[in-house]
Ligand binder design. Sequence first.
Ligand SMILES: Nc1ncnc2c1ncn2[C@@H]1O[C@H](COP(=O)(O)OP(=O)(O)OP(=O)(O)O)[C@@H](O)[C@H]1O
Length: 276
Amino acid sequence: MSEECTHECSSCGSADCSDRNKSLIEKGNPHSRIKKVIGIVSGKGGVGKSLVTSMLAVIMKRRGFNVGILDADVTGPSIPKAFGIDEKAASSENGGILPVTTKGGIKVMSVNLLLENTTDPVVWRGPIISGVVKQFWNDVEWGDVDYMFVDMPPGTGDVPLTVMQSLPVNGLVVVTSPQDLVSMIVEKAVKMAAMMNKPILGIVENMAYFKCPNCNEKHNIFGESNVASLAGFYNIYETAQIPLDPQLAAKCDKEGIESFDNDYLNLLAAYIEQNA
Ligand SMILES: Nc1ncnc2c1ncn2[C@@H]1O[C@H](COP(=O)(O)OP(=O)(O)OP(=O)(O)O)[C@@H](O)[C@H]1O
């Protein structure tokens, strides 16, 4: 328990109190049986968090598990597009919401599966957005899910904090770009995880290098990587690198992420299976 704890959870400002975090965990839907929850976080937006969430989900599905993706990035939802989902979420006979299942059998819930027009902006304040994420947990009938990947909002603000406190997150994967590593933005995400008592299962350095299709040489466009030293400093065992890859971008942006064929995240997925 934190030294600052006032034993009054509704007004106490201590973010690192384990009792407080436990008490805020949502119950979930009676028709959901979710075994492990893995949050995918980043220090800032646009570094490839949705891409990593989607790839890890696809790998776990290929390994034979029941997989779900809860798109908690409510103002910038990218998951339905990556999987080419056109349909809308339907209501269940129990009055809950049913997730949409991808071609490959992954269950997905995202605000874009509820909006009439997917290009409509979500202009909601933090507490409303946090409420939506809790509804995705409590009102969606997920059924059997071995691994639930949560695409978290970027940064260390109100909504990621609520997600970490409200969902029973077993571990986090931090996604970073090479520039983030230098600017220390990623360390804020790493330190937030420690404050919330959430283990970091791995760091993914995205857009780490470019491999020339002509000469096959690796180019460190943004300089030498220091992901290994950062991971060592914070005792994070597993690191992975994803290069800048136009084919991957095409799959992510044009509805084909389930057909990717690289092994960039295979070791991290195996580590998650063993340790989450
Ligand atoms: N390794 C990569 N190679 C090529 N393009 C990439 C790579 N990683 C991500 N991209 C592209 O960068 C864009 C942003 O990726 P993505 O949506 O996964 O980021 P994000 O961190 O989830 O963003 P946001 O925080 O806005 O939700 C996408 O168009 C994606 O295709």
